[in-house]
Ligand binder design. Structure first.
Ligand SMILES: Cc1cc2nc3c(=O)[nH]c(=O)nc-3n(C[C@H](O)[C@H](O)[C@H](O)COP(=O)(O)O)c2cc1C
Length: 241
């Protein structure tokens, strides 16, 4: 429920192509709890949709509208209307899955609208908040760095504030996540939080790799900077640096 009494609209992207895999198990727990706490939930299984990556054709340059006619066209309005978004993806080759990354890259049209044409998504009464759920085969949480940088660029472009997420390293076999003590309860707590019911769970972290003693802002500066369009001093050209 939001501050105005309207249920929070929660849009969730399942980025794993493996049916009943670790990511799906976790995301189901998030969404079940969120729905139980009154949110309107919408799960999009990316691997079941047909869409391509960005063609870099320039078709959106003057309108902020992607001209490629595929399933991505059904996702743009969902992204505009959601109050909360969850990106759930295993680590594949140090980042999100190809299905997730192709969806991110298609948000170049949104990037154009935001930074070149100065159009923003409307801030709903619930605020726009984004979270991530990620699992990896490797045990070192450093493995999430690339994935988090990608997710944050996606969230920022779509005007969602990054709330952090749940990260489970060392999970490889299908369904192995069910053996991790507390994992499903953490997912349910995240769901209730995203529905607007309760504080941010303690397990939700922004940088799971951050060593003690390094301030989150230092780490964030390294991970998140450079995606916004900036004017270079002395130059009339806007650049992404
Ligand atoms: C194509 C592919 C690439 C992978 N790349 C990585 C990787 O770079 N680092 C890692 O820790 N695990 C990697 N993994 C392991 C997955 O992250 C792990 O098996 C995860 O539990 C799969 O989640 P799922 O069941 O939700 O699909 C990879 C798995 C596949 C199939």
């Amino acid at each position: 429920m939001t501050a105005t009494g309207r249920p929070a609209r929660l849009l969730a992207f399942l980025g794993s192509p493996r049916r009943h895999g670790n990511t799906e198990v976790l995301l189901d727990a998030v969404l079940e709890a969120a729905a139980g706490a009154g949110a309107e939930v919408d799960q999009v299984a990316l691997a079941r949709l047909k869409y391509e990556g960005c063609r870099e054709c320039g078709g959106c340059d003057h309108t902020g509208q992607c001209i490629v006619d595929d399933a991505m066209q059904t996702l743009y309005p969902k992204l505009r209307e959601a109050d909360r978004v969850v990106v759930a993806s295993p680590v594949f080759f140090a980042g999100v899955t190809a299905q997730t990354k192709a969806m991110f890259d298609r948000c170049q049209a949104v990037w154009i609208r935001k930074y070149r044409l100065k159009g923003r998504a409307e801030e709903g009464p619930a605020g726009r908040l984004g979270a991530v759920i990620a699992v990896s085969g490797l045990k070192n949480p450093e493995v999430f760095r690339g994935l988090v940088a990608e997710v944050r660029a996606f969230l920022r472009t779509n005007d969602f504030k990054y709330a952090g997420g749940l990260f489970f390293p060392g999970v490889d076999r299908r369904g192995e996540i069910k053996l991790k003590p507390g994992a499903l309860e953490q997912a349910r707590a995240l769901g209730r939080f995203l529905a607007g019911d309760g504080p941010k769970p303690a397990a939700v972290t922004r940088e799971p790799w951050a060593p003690a003693g390094v301030s989150p802002t230092q780490v964030e500066a390294a991970a998140g900077e450079g995606f916004e369009e900036k004017e270079k001093p002395g130059s009339s050209r806007a650049v992404r640096d």
